[in-house]
Write a protein that binds this ligand. Structure first.
Ligand SMILES: Nc1ncnc2c1ncn2[C@@H]1O[C@H](COP(=O)(O)OP(=O)(O)OP(=O)(O)O)[C@@H](O)[C@H]1O
Length: 760
């Protein structure tokens, strides 16, 4: 419903009042913040002075320690004061100019109330709410409810209210530009407006226009495995970012951003989403790519990246290699690995522990310890008990050596500084001289045998690579020639010799290590998010889950955007997820409405994939996509000219190729006004860029040109998913260029959804 001027004037009056209050609070808070910063700096100065205190006399040490302790407490409280004012500052600043976007009129327990909703809450001096945070329980009815009797979940249980009015605002620089009353979830007009904007280098938050199905994902706190299958552009990533903000708000007391981790497809994407949470007044969660995690944990080895693998497979991917890849991606492979870890005798992978060129613990000694343990114990327990046994044996050896001549000599040789440190840590002077001697001997011995301790704690006597090879050797993948499998094992051996590991093997080795040794788990993480989950194999997912065993999982993806997977694997992947992950309360939410692109683009793109009929386009008008056909010799020039023309009207124009080599060749042809994005790139510049499809994952551009969609380039039905991914990166305009013989899928396209122009 549109408004008369009087209603709008009344609303504008309220906006003005709220704006004034925000400015006033901002001023007060700036003063408070400056004061808190000053106090913190003073304490820092004192702290510095005290740390230079006298450490020679025992009394001085005790006194200095007490003072330091006190200073530390003061510092902690000063820092936390400052953080509170900083957060408030950020929240207030985010309200300036656009304090809220929604209003609801409700009747609850017979009482009438009007609530305004914005990105964070604001109260006046009497504690009355002027704005409610969009994450407050009551605000959920703004997103969910149509008018009438509605419910919302509050800390004291389900509440029932009459929703009498829902109003949306667009307020900029303190002026109401537009306002609407709506009976629906968030009205089309506002959404259309938000979606018609040009692209930006950073993803924006969507709090003002969250849709009902997205809201279900954002506010779900019951599922411990939430799977979101959503069409391209349906808002999966946006939703997940708002979900993180929601979770942080709701569990303020026992959840912080450090306990949330998001697996993202690449660094460009990580950078693209980095501003969403700060724009909502929250700190960013941790972000990692699978490759970074693997490389960090397999330090010293070079790990194949998903992009390298894709590129290699583009050039050479024979039938046998495809078969191996399919098997290593399958649930069967994961189960075989789990089974092996649990039930096999892993003692073959123990090694002699060498110290100063001599065997310290022999392989057979370690094997005996392991094999004597009860068979019913889990592998990880057996491993741990073996390790504990070795540590005990080392301690025993240390005790026996305490009186050795070299130890006594080493005690005599201790420096004054070492003595002072020991005095401080162990309070030597409190003990009898015999006891002091024992402490010093223990210190000297521990220092000497530190490499042995190190080897024990870091499992250097255990060869995980050997164990993995043994595991592969005893496997017989179904329907695969024995020679193919043996070759795979030989390839692994060769890779290891040159300190290289393929992506599949890296994850499998780490997973096996985790299962067998029980190490490498991070129990601190409470929420784990995986975006573009269709790109992960069953094993990679199992490994990630096991790495963060306490985390609730949210997995998002689109089975159709399976750029990396050999065809038909993805469907299987989704079905096996619930089998694979031990979570109990699983929920699956499907998003079929695509928001990113104009209806014309979505209606074309959905024809590239088998399940396209389910995808609903958003009612936003735009030009019909166009395909330019030209000769092979002219293809780059035609693409460049088209890009130039588009760049005059739009902020971002992306030419998307099938692989890096095509991107490089094209960029060289087009010259420096076109920027090539590569695996190492971290930011998306304005203007014309050229990039391979896998780097475009999760991103969006005003205009997209799918380069060279000729039959020679896109040959099999497995390639249609790639075309779908390319097409769905476009917000406003979509083009393709090709040589005269176009990919077969284009012959099946409804001619009304694609213009074809033949050029020379
Ligand atoms: N409720 C919404 N309000 C406003 N904009 C929205 C909404 N939902 C999605 N969008 C916009 O639609 C576009 C696509 O969203 P997003 O990138 O989150 O989708 P996605 O499902 O992760 O896409 P893909 O799988 O293709 O990477 C973004 O520009 C986002 O801002």
């Amino acid at each position: 419903m549109q408004f008369n001027n009087e209603s709008q004037a009344q609303e504008q009056k309220r906006v003005d009042q709220v704006e004034q209050i925000i400015q006033k609070q901002l001023q007060n808070n700036t003063d408070n913040l400056a004061q808190a910063q000053h106090e913190r700096r003073q304490i820092e100065l004192n702290y510095g002075a005290n740390t230079r205190a006298n450490y020679i006399e025992t009394d001085d040490i005790i006194e200095t320690n007490a003072t330091l302790q006190q200073q530390r407490q003061l510092m902690t409280s000063a820092v936390s004061n400052e953080v509170i004012f900083q957060q408030k500052q950020q929240a207030l600043k985010s309200l300036v100019g656009s304090p809220y976007f929604g209003r609801i009129d409700i009747k609850e327990d017979g009482e009438q109330d009007t609530l305004y909703i914005g990105t964070s809450s604001l109260t006046d001096n009497q504690g009355q709410f002027l704005i409610y945070d969009w994450r407050a329980p009551i605000a959920s009815i703004y997103y969910n409810g149509t008018l009438g009797l509605v419910h919302y979940d509050s800390p004291i249980g389900k509440q029932e209210v009459q929703l009498q009015r829902k109003r949306q605002f667009s307020i900029r620089q303190g002026q109401i530009e537009n306002m609407f009353d709506t009976n629906e979830t968030i009205g089309d007009e506002f959404l259309k407006n938000a979606l018609s904007q040009t692209s930006s280098a950073q993803m924006k938050n969507i709090v003002a226009t969250i849709q009902r199905s997205q809201n279900q994902i954002i506010r779900n706190t019951t599922a411990d495995l939430l799977i979101v299958q959503g069409a391209a552009g349906s808002g999966k990533t946006s939703t997940v970012m708002q979900r993180i903000a929601y979770l942080l708000y709701h569990s303020r007391q026992n959840l912080n951003a450090e306990q949330i981790i998001l697996f993202s497809p690449n660094n460009l994407f990580s950078n693209y989403i980095a501003e969403v949470l700060p724009s909502l007044g929250e700190k960013n969660m941790r972000q990692v790519t699978l490759h970074t995690l693997l490389a960090r944990r397999l330090h010293g080895l070079q790990i194949q990246t998903p992009f390298e693998r894709y590129e290699q497979e583009q050039h050479h991917f024979p039938q046998a290699a495809q078969q191996v890849r399919q098997y290593k991606d399958s649930l069967d492979f994961v189960q075989a690995l789990q089974n092996y870890a649990q039930h096999s005798d892993i003692s073959c992978a123990f090694n002699d522990l060498i110290f100063e060129g001599q065997i310290f613990f022999s392989k057979s000694y370690i094997q005996q310890i392991y094999q004597k343990l009860p068979a019913a114990l889990s592998s990880a327990d057996k491993f741990l008990q073996t390790k504990n046994h070795l540590i005990k044996a080392l301690k025993h050896r240390l005790q026996k050596e305490a009186q050795a001549d070299w130890v006594l000599e080493a005690i005599d040789d201790l420096s004054t500084t070492e003595f002072q440190n020991l005095e401080q840590q162990k309070h030597l002077s409190q003990y009898s001289s015999d006891h002091q001697q024992q402490i010093l001997a223990h210190y000297v011995l521990k220092r000497h045998y530190l490499p042995v301790y190190d080897a024990l704690y870091n499992d250097y006597y255990f060869d995980i690579f050997q164990l993995y090879q043994n595991f592969l050797t005893q496997l017989q993948p179904p329907k695969m020639a024995a020679t193919v499998w043996q070759e795979t094992i030989a390839d692994l051996q060769e890779d290891l010799e040159r300190h290289y590991l393929q992506l599949d093997d890296a994850a499998a080795i780490l997973y096996l290590r985790q299962l067998v040794t029980g190490s490498g788990q991070n129990r601190h993480i409470k929420y784990l998010f995986i975006d573009e989950m269709q790109d992960y194999s069953a094993l990679q997912l199992a490994y990630i889950q096991n790495s963060f065993p306490q985390a609730k999982l949210t997995l998002l993806g689109d089975i159709e955007q399976n750029v990396y997977a050999p065809k038909n694997l993805s469907q299987e992947r989704f079905q096996t997820l619930t089998q694979l992950l031990p979570q109990k309360k699983a929920a699956l939410i499907t998003l079929n409405q695509s928001y990113r692109a104009t209806a014309a683009i979505t209606n074309l793109a959905k024809q590239f994939i088998p399940s396209g009929a389910q995808i609903q386009s958003f009612n936003r008008q735009g030009q019909t996509p166009t395909l330019f056909q030209t000769t092979a010799a002219n293809l780059s020039t035609v693409t460049g000219q088209l890009a130039d023309k588009l760049a005059k009207k739009h902020r971002s124009v992306a030419i998307i190729t099938k692989n890096i080599q095509q991107a490089q060749t094209l960029q060289q042809h087009l010259g420096n006004q076109v920027l090539l994005l590569q695996e190492e790139s971290t930011a998306i510049p304005d203007g014309i860029i050229v990039l391979p499809v896998y780097l475009a994952k999760g991103l969006e551009f005003d205009c997209v040109i799918g380069y060279d969609i000729s039959a020679a380039n896109y040959q099999t039905s497995g390639d249609w998913g790639i075309l779908y991914t390319i097409a769905t990166r476009a917000l406003h305009e979509l083009y393709f260029t090709s040589t005269p013989k176009i990919a077969a899928i284009f012959h099946k396209i409804n001619p009304q959804t694609l213009n074809i122009q033949k050029l020379n």
